[in-house]
Design a protein. Structure first.
Lengths: 247, 75
């Protein structure tokens, strides 16, 4: 067996610092492995898109057509959910979608670190989306933005209860958006680690059985990584649509 | 009972939350199969919404997992 101490399934989520600066104002500003993998995600997305568009041919090569397909995918998602008014939010939604999908997919490589499995990362993204959508709503509609809390056609005696319920559902949005992504990533990777532990534990006689399961699960996790990025992006478009066209 | 033991019992009970997620995902895919059976040409349009719905429904079960993890590691 190995002579290193074995780690539990949650060891892969630990933060290790790669620099050692002193704290500034009580904040830890060291460069961690999470920051390193965020930089990798950014480099991957930049190389994928800029490299594909190096030779701007009218008949695209394979790489260029992949870059164009991702652009078209996010653009059509935005146009379908928000309409023409959403065109100016395309850079943000595109950056968000490519960042999350790159972070999720890099996390599938062995010995890597999944940035989006930490609730603080996804909560920051969801919080900025939530606040941004509120600001966009107030800029566009002024105080009339509060009318999203009272759906049309509710009887006057149900109004107080409906407003309370709608506010609670509205406040649950950043929480559910962030926890969905973080819990999917963390649960997936923890399950992969646990079953990988079974492969080693059962040895070479019986270890092929959990290995087949592990292969299937890695395939499933790749699918979940892409799907969760898509769900995050499309829910952002839906919330943006709610703010721009009040219902 | 001891505080530690209650934490583990609580974390074990959160697994019951997967019932809802399982039934929800089953309903979504049952609706897809019904739709494809009635109108096979709508398969690509339905498939898009099916995966979104399955992802949203699965997330509810994962919220239960988060409560379990909070109980085990953060309380």
């Amino acid at each position: 067996m190995t002579d290193k101490a074995s780690h539990g399934p949650l060891h892969q989520f630990e933060i290790h610092y790669l620099s050692s600066f002193p704290d500034i104002g009580g904040l830890n500003i060291n460069f961690s492995n999470a920051s390193l993998f965020m930089v990798f995600a950014m480099i991957l997305v930049t190389v994928f898109l800029a490299g594909g568009m190096r030779r701007k041919a009218l008949v695209p090569s394979r790489w260029q057509s992949m870059s164009e397909l991702t652009y078209e995918f996010v653009a059509s998602m935005l146009k379908e959910n928000v309409g023409p008014a959403g065109r100016k939010y395309f850079p943000f939604i595109f950056t968000l979608f490519m960042f999350i999908i790159a972070c999720n997919l890099i996390g599938m490589l062995p010995y890597s670190f999944t940035v989006t499995s930490h609730i603080i990362v996804t909560f920051t993204l969801a919080l900025f989306i939530f606040l941004g959508v509120i600001v966009i709503g107030f800029i566009k509609h002024g105080m009339h933005y509060f009318s999203i809390f009272l759906p049309e056609g509710t009887p006057w005696w149900m109004a107080p209860l409906m407003i309370f319920i709608e506010i609670a559902a509205y406040l649950a949005r950043p929480v559910s958006l962030s926890v969905r992504l973080a819990a999917n990533m963390m649960a997936g990777h923890t399950m992969l680690k646990v079953i990988a532990g079974f492969v080693i534990g059962l040895g070479w006689m019986l270890g092929w059985m959990p290995f087949i399961l592990l292969t299937v699960l890695v395939g499933f996790e790749l699918f979940v990584a892409i799907l969760q990025a898509y769900i995050f992006a499309i829910l952002t478009c839906v919330y943006l649509n709610n703010a721009i066209h009040l219902h | 009972m001891e505080y530690e033991a209650l934490k583990y019992i609580g974390a074990g009970l959160t697994t019951l939350g997967m019932f809802g997620a399982a039934i929800g995902v089953g309903i979504v895919f049952a609706a897809m199969l019904n739709g494809i059976a009635r109108n096979p040409s709508a398969e690509t349009k339905l498939a898009k919404y099916v995966y979104i719905g399955a992802g949203l429904s699965e997330a509810m079960g994962l919220f239960a997992l988060v409560i379990g993890l909070i109980l085990l590691f953060a309380v």
